[in-house]
Design a protein around this ligand. Structure first.
Ligand code: FHN
Length: 486
């Protein structure tokens, strides 16, 4: 009898723990059955996605006809984002739609762009194949509104893909669903006529996306945009099918959360709260404050150097970020497991503006010494310290310092349960060893362990710097209360 009771208790405990695990894992999920929601829970685990995850730093390029007016029309300053100038009442639509007759970027040098990106430390690049104006930088056979019908005539995308690939930078294609040039495009469907028109637009989108994958087979994915219109959101089945079709054509293809909506019109996250697509694309000119809001998903942040300007605007007004601010944004993204993508808007001749070139060089100079703390690094699972950020790769914990403490001592606070022990500290640049001390300050003894890294006296860097803290597994931790040199 006792044996039976024991078995019963055992069975109940096992069932209970299975239920608890399922509930834990699926905590944020409702249980709505969806046909076009997320097709995977949690992160992608394949090699292509791991490559994406390890990039760290990307470059965005917004280039198109909007570079010709450069934020001005007939002497008037356009206060919006340069690439939106066509939507401005002061610029007649017809004038904009004829700009293609002038597009002739004599100085376009894809090799020089790629070299500049390489020198900056960029690992992937996203190019606007087509922005909201509908103009195509590639010779699409599905519209005449393309580069082929400009005085320049030649494809822009192929030489760019080739030049970037040649220096080891992966290329992704930005593609806007909003298309102000296509007859069938609608923001919403109001009547039967709209519905017929939109059908033709969907065929066009499908053809163009398939064309891009076919023409530029080394591209790694799409960076989708302009997908917030009701008309597009309502196409859950069509977009899901297209998504599958593209992935079948190009195995490993990476597409973020801006492409599809589920059948209830939910974008980015489906009705159950699960991420749609391969990574979260919601961080535009914005960086999450903590890891919790990311719910374990991959993500990228796309950022402008000036305020909200993506395409070329000849007159940047308002605040322009410094290189060190941008480096801090990059580090903040890496510390939270995301990629940071910095935007460039070349002018109508194909020149990258001097302000962007300078920022690119300054970031590149910093990356030359410190990129080990960026590429392939992960969230450290440690609380953000006041002096900067942590990133981690294998046994190395990187301390990236933006606010050097006045006493030249960097305190590293580890939870008591942390089972790795700091054994060595040194500057990443130059590898100079640094003093490392275990400290027991008598505070929070129950929850934390403290280690101090001491900087050389008089050390006064004029830029953010990185210290490597080597970790060792420490299963049999000696929790002596005495401070000790390591
Ligand atoms: O409207 C566009 C904008 O012009 C720019 O392309 C950015 C880049 O992320 N995306 C859209 C706004 O979300």
């Amino acid at each position: 009898m006792k044996k039976v009771q024991f078995l019963l208790v055992l069975i109940l405990i096992t069932i209970g723990s299975v239920i608890a695990q399922v509930t834990d894992k699926d905590e944020h999920r409702a249980s709505v059955a969806l046909k076009h929601g997320a097709h995977r829970l949690g992160r992608r685990t394949d090699a292509d996605m791991e490559t994406w995850r390890n990039y760290g730093l990307g470059q965005f390029i917004h280039w198109g006809l909007y570079a010709i007016p450069g934020g001005h029309w007939k002497g008037k300053y356009y206060p919006g984002a340069a690439e939106w100038i066509r939507s401005w009442n002061d610029m007649p639509k017809e004038d904009y739609d004829n700009l293609y007759k002038q597009f002739d970027p004599k100085n376009f040098n894809p090799t020089a762009w790629a070299k500049q990106a390489k020198d900056m430390g960029v690992k992937y690049m996203i190019i606007t194949t087509k922005h909201h104006d509908g103009f195509c930088l590639w010779p699409s056979k599905y519209t005449s509104y393309t580069i082929a019908n400009t005085p320049y005539k030649k494809d822009i995308i192929k030489p760019l893909v080739d030049a970037y690939n040649a220096v080891g930078i992966d290329v992704y294609l930005y593609f806007s669903i909003i298309d102000w040039n296509h007859q069938g495009y609608r923001a919403s469907i109001q009547n039967q006529k709209d519905s017929v028109a939109y059908k033709s637009f969907k065929v066009f989108v499908r053809n163009q996306m398939k064309e891009l994958v076919t023409m530029y087979p080394t591209t790694k994915g799409f960076w989708m945009d302009g997908t917030w219109d009701k008309a597009w959101i309502d196409q859950a089945e069509f977009v899901d099918d297209l998504d599958k079709e593209l992935r079948a054509m190009s195995p490993g293809l990476i597409i973020g959360s801006r492409f599809r909506a589920d059948e209830n019109g939910k974008r980015h996250f489906d009705t159950n709260g699960d991420l749609i697509g391969d990574y979260e694309q919601g961080w535009e000119r914005n960086i999450p404050e903590n890891i919790e809001v990311l719910k374990g998903n991959d993500w990228d942040c796309v950022m402008t150097i000036p305020e909200n300007q993506w395409g070329y605007h000849s007159d940047w007004r308002g605040y322009v970020k410094t290189s060190y601010e941008l480096i801090e944004m990059l580090v903040k993204c890496r510390a939270l497991d995301g990629n940071f993508v910095l935007n460039f808007g070349p002018d109508s001749q194909g020149n990258i503006r001097p302000e962007e070139t300078r920022v690119g060089q300054e970031i590149g100079d910093w990356m030359k010494e410190n990129s080990e703390a960026i590429y392939g690094c992960k969230y450290s699972e440690l609380k953000k310290p006041d002096w900067g950020y942590y990133t981690q790769k294998g046994n190395n914990l990187y301390l990236i310092i933006f606010n050097k403490p006045i006493n030249n001592v960097l305190r590293v606070t580890l939870p008591r349960s942390y089972n790795r022990k700091p054994v060595k500290a040194y500057f990443l640049a130059g590898q100079k060893p640094l003093g490392l001390t275990r400290v027991i300050p008598g505070l929070n003894k129950e929850t934390n362990k403290y280690f101090d890294v001491t900087l050389p006296s008089g050390y006064a860097p004029d830029k953010p710097f990185v210290i490597v803290l080597e970790l060792q597994d420490s299963k049999s931790e000696n929790d002596s209360n005495q401070p000790s040199k390591i």
